[in-house]
Design a protein around this ligand. Structure first.
Ligand SMILES: Cc1cc2nc3c(=O)[nH]c(=O)nc-3n(C[C@H](O)[C@H](O)[C@H](O)COP(=O)(O)OP(=O)(O)OC[C@H]3O[C@@H](n4cnc5c(N)ncnc54)[C@H](O)[C@@H]3O)c2cc1C
Length: 492
């Protein structure tokens, strides 16, 4: 992907504008849609542009899980009491270290309102619970656990499931985006596709008053009278940026629509914006959570290093950042058969053996290591507690021969994908981006808002520190996208 020069253009040099708008939203994924809708509802003339041939971005490819709680009607219908305080305690722990406690408190306090906002835009949620670890459940259940009922979080906050899913079997991102783009259209927002924003236009006193874009090889200029909102996604598709900021994420499957080249982040940085948490990312590990929870996950010493029933992205971060992806799921036949084939996403054992000794040898582990780990685990499992990794009693059962191992580097094939299984064992996207305040205003290195510049979604950092939980991306993208759109629509 070509990387353009991003130094801002001086407004003094621009003699002609091709387009004129109050609010310009750059990038039409979930954050851009939320921003465009709210800006139009606030009375502004809004233009949203996207480099792709239509709206959607990564948001439309996604699982559609949205992190909501604090007592939504879906949670209550499924029999769960939840409070903004419990939700915030969980998110502060799960998204840290470095999570933004103020933004998390704000997000949790207004989460029920945000649920209703989504429902009012036509996003359907069914009041039923998928009650097992999964990346994306194969059903249309509207609620799922996302690590809240796993250690250490059970000791930090009262558990409640908060993964809200639009009513679509499997991946719900397309339905979510359909609802949001319908809402944007009906709000009277103008759209422009196949148009890539390349640089910001800036006045001498530092205010952003326009954008330069390219369309079919031709440059055009857009005058922005109130605010420009950058919702261009993250930077996982830009290997130069990964090498500079997040080298551990290099070389893995990229979880994106292919347009996450960090262009919005770079444009804003060039205009003085600060960035945060650029090294971190979500790590989708190539394991089936239902299999991992029923078995054990070991490293290349044959040692467990995480509770296998936790949110699988936590296993992924631990596997990539501390174990170099040399990680296996070890399980027995009963555990394998407990997960229906359709939910195994093409995963098969890479090693099978009659004894732990033989299996460990086939996996290349130190002699005796896997045998020792399994003896210890089986003893704990028989007693119903796991003092080493604190897996919940529900998932503890001694594992019996014959045994199997799945090398996570063999990959998985989610139902939406065809062809070979993908794999280095990790599928990643970035979490770092522009430093913003609660209104989505982009901040400079002195934490002062840059006039006329706003951001949301993966181009910005809102809730996240180093940790990630599914649903927080579509969740904070739409929540803070709305804020950014409203703030950008204010006349100044
Ligand atoms: C397979 C998959 C499953 C996922 N599942 C979930 C999930 O269940 N829950 C969850 O919360 N998250 C999930 N995610 C992550 C989530 O989808 C993204 O992090 C989120 O959609 C980002 O939203 P966004 O609005 O910031 O960016 P996007 O939706 O990617 O939109 C950004 C848009 O900006 C455009 N753009 C970029 N640069 C420019 C430019 N210079 N000029 C013009 N346009 C530009 C792009 O073309 C794109 O359309 C998943 C992602 C994938 C790929």
């Amino acid at each position: 992907m070509p990387v353009h020069a991003v130094a801002p253009r001086s407004a003094r040099e621009i003699t002609h504008y091709d387009l004129d708008t109050d609010v310009l939203v750059v990038g039409y994924g979930c954050a851009g849609a939320a921003a465009a809708f709210e800006a139009a509802r606030a009375g502004a003339r809004v233009l949203v542009l996207d480099r792709a041939g239509g709206p959607g971005g990564s948001s439309a490819m996604s699982g559609g899980e949205i992190y909501l709680g604090g007592g939504t009607p879906i949670q209550r219908a499924c029999g769960f009491d939840d409070t903004p305080e419990d939700m915030a305690a969980y998110l502060n722990a799960a998204l840290g270290p470095g999570a933004d406690a103020d933004k998390i408190a704000d997000y949790c306090e207004h989460s029920v309102e945000h649920f209703h906002w989504l429902v009012d835009r036509g996003v359907p949620f069914k009041p039923s619970l998928w009650d097992a670890p999964a990346w994306v459940p194969p059903t249309d259940d509207g609620l799922m656990w996302l690590g809240e009922n796993s250690w250490p979080f059970t000791e930090i906050a009262r558990p409640a499931p908060r993964g809200h899913r639009p009513t679509a079997n499997d991946f719900g991102g397309r339905l979510l985006m359909q609802c949001l783009t319908d809402a944007v259209e009906s709000a009277g927002v103008r759209t422009l596709f196949d148009t890539c924003a390349t640089t910001l236009i800036r006045t001498d006193d530092g205010a952003i008053t326009g954008v330069v874009a390219r369309r079919y090889g031709r440059e055009s200029t857009i005058r922005v009278r109130r605010g420009c909102v950058l919702t261009t996604g993250g930077f996982v598709d830009n290997d130069e940026m990964l090498a500079a900021h997040a080298p551990l994420l290099l070389g893995h499957t990229k979880v994106s629509a292919g347009t996450d080249d960090g262009s919005g982040i770079r444009m804003a940085q060039a205009a003085g914006a600060a960035v945060r948490h650029m090294a971190t990312g979500q790590v989708g590990i190539s394991l089936i959570p239902g299999l991992a929870a029923r078995g054990i996950v070991v490293n290349d010493k044959g040692v467990r290093f995480v509770n296998e029933d936790t949110y699988p992205g936590r296993i992924g971060q631990a596997a990539l950042f501390t174990q170099g992806m040399r990680v296996w799921v070890v399980l027995d036949e009963e555990a394998f058969e407990a997960v229906p084939e359709q939910q195994r996403w093409g995963v098969r054992p890479t090693h099978v053996a009659d004894t732990a000794e033989e299996l460990g040898a086939a996996m290349g582990l130190p002699p005796g290591a896997l045998d020792a780990t399994l003896r210890r685990y089986n003893e704990f499992a028989a007693g119903g507690t796991d003092p080493d990794q604190h897996k919940a009693a529900r998932w503890l059962r001694p594992l019996r021969s014959p045994l199997a191992a799945v090398d996570v580097r063999a990959g998985i094939r989610p139902p939406a994908e065809s062809g070979d299984r993908r794999g280095t064992g990790a599928s990643v996207f970035t979490l770092g981006g522009l430093h913003t305040d609660r209104q989505g205003r982009v901040l400079d290195l002195d934490a002062t808002p840059i006039p006329g510049l706003f951001a949301a979604g993966r181009a910005a950092v809102n809730l996240h520190g180093l940790g990630y939980i599914s649903g927080t991306s579509l969740g904070d993208g739409t929540f803070f996208g709305r804020r950014a759109g409203r703030a950008a629509a204010q006349p100044h």
